[in-house]
Write a protein that binds this ligand. Structure first.
Ligand code: PLP
Length: 207
């Protein structure tokens, strides 16, 4: 649908990526990360993570045998030792929900790349404006478009943005198989919100 493509392009530009997939909510976009994990794999999430993602990690562990480990985003010295040979993904969220820890993205990416592990970043609090995780080498940037981008509390949506075509294709296959589509009307509402995003965000900061 052309309305969806227009929004995908806008999010890709905002996130400084090449490919964007749209999901029915921010949480759905986050849970789609499980398409990169199989039974026996592990992933790392910050102990300050958006709590529904932690609940999902617990669900994945019980339902599919995909285990998770927690790391302290304010103390990355312990992170390398937390990566095992079955760790496939390190998830970042900066600033963190509620407690607002700032993660040194470059440091996490450096550690992850040295161990050949993918990285994802929930960029919701920076709204896709104040931080660009993909520019720091993160593989997948995630937004709850429900929040700052849509801006008017009348629509739910989430996005995953990548630069790498092969990674995009893996995520895209899962997106298609599970039928994660959004309506053109919802996409129009988010596109409308994007037009005033920067102004709203800066006014909110000033206030
Ligand atoms: C709200 C939020 C989400 C989930 O977004 P929904 O669109 O409400 O599902 C994910 N991450 C963070 C950091 C959030 O604040």
């Amino acid at each position: 649908n052309p309305t969806l493509h227009a929004l995908q392009d806008s999010i890709s530009r905002a996130e400084k990526g090449n490919h964007t997939l749209l999901y029915p909510s921010g949480l759905t976009a986050l849970t789609a990360l499980s398409s990169l994990l199989s039974t026996g794999d592990r992933w790392l999430i910050p102990d300050s993570v958006y709590s529904p993602l932690r609940r999902y990690a617990e669900y994945l562990k019980q339902a599919l045998g995909v285990s998770y480990d927690l790391y302290d985003p304010a103390n990355l010295h312990a992170l390398p030792a937390a990566i095992t040979n079955t760790t496939r993904l390190i998830h970042i969220e900066t600033p963190s929900s509620v407690t607002f820890e700032i993660t040194d993205i470059d440091q996490v990416v450096k550690i992850a790349k040295s161990k050949n592990v993918l990285t994802s970043a929930d960029n919701t609090w920076a709204a896709g404006v104040l931080c660009h995780p993909l520019e720091h080498g993160v593989d997948i940037s995630i937004l709850s478009l429900t929040k700052y981008p849509a801006g008017y509390s009348d629509v739910f949506m989430g996005s995953l943005t990548t630069r790498d075509i092969q990674l995009h294709q893996r995520l895209s296959y899962h997106h298609r198989v599970l039928g994660y589509t959004v309506s053109p009307f919802s996409a129009m509402l988010v596109s409308r919100g994007l037009e005033s995003l920067k102004i709203r965000l800066h006014a909110q900061g000033d206030n």
